[in-house]
Design a protein around this ligand. Structure first.
Ligand SMILES: [Zn+2]
Length: 208
């Protein structure tokens, strides 16, 4: 893919979660489903080829059933299947306990490139925040879900969190080549800036 031709639009959901429309040539994909289908269609007129979930927390999958009803394929970690059915794993027990029903989840294999239309998407398994956390590298852009934020990292105190996994995942992202960072919450960032943020957190996790 030609990184210069990738166009990114972001939209915040009710829980300040970013969903990203990634446009390339005549189509687009959606990273996370925290925003209604109709709202996403207001910011892109390109057909949505797929929804790629960064993990199964309720704020990132809130409207997943709408996309499923539109027959848009859903991709996620194999572990996300458990999360969407379990209010403890999807963290919705704090907000009325939700169970999400979708017809099918296409399970991602670790660190493989998948082709969807003209998209080539590398999915990186990055457990820590949750067991099912995935980051996506598209061209030179990294979509980091709740693993890595511009000024911080994701929480690692949920029921299926792991501090040790988080440390390994941060080391993996520290080694990765990318230019721009699009996290699951907050502002965008870049690799240069992350050289400081991510290293600071690696030091903190190693120490405590
Ligand atoms: Zn989360």
């Amino acid at each position: 893919m030609e990184s210069g031709k990738i166009n990114i639009k972001s939209k915040e959901g009710e829980f300040n979660q970013n969903s990203y429309v990634v446009e390339y040539k005549d189509s687009c994909i959606l990273i996370d489903a925290g925003v209604r289908y109709d709202e996403i269609k207001k910011i892109t007129n390109k057909p949505i080829l797929a929804v790629m979930l960064t993990h199964g927390h309720f704020d990132h999958i809130e409207y997943i059933e709408e996309y499923d009803r539109k027959k848009i394929p859903i991709y996620a970690s194999a572990y996300t299947k458990n999360a969407i059915n379990d209010p403890k794993l999807n963290a919705s027990y704090m907000f009325g306990s939700k169970v999400y029903k979708v017809s099918k989840i296409n399970e991602l294999k670790d660190d493989k490139i998948i082709k969807i239309g003209e998209f080539e998407i590398k999915s990186l398994s990055t457990p820590g925040h949750t067991r099912d956390s995935v980051c996506y590298l598209i061209g030179d852009k990294l979509f980091s879900g709740d693993t890595l934020f511009s000024d911080s990292i994701g929480r690692y105190d949920f029921i299926d969190s792991s501090k040790q996994d988080m440390l390994k995942s941060l080391l993996k992202l520290d080694d990765l080549d990318y230019l721009e960072l699009y996290p699951g919450h907050g502002r965008a960032s870049n690799k240069e800036e992350q050289n400081q943020n991510i290293k600071r957190w690696i030091t903190i996790l190693n120490r405590f």
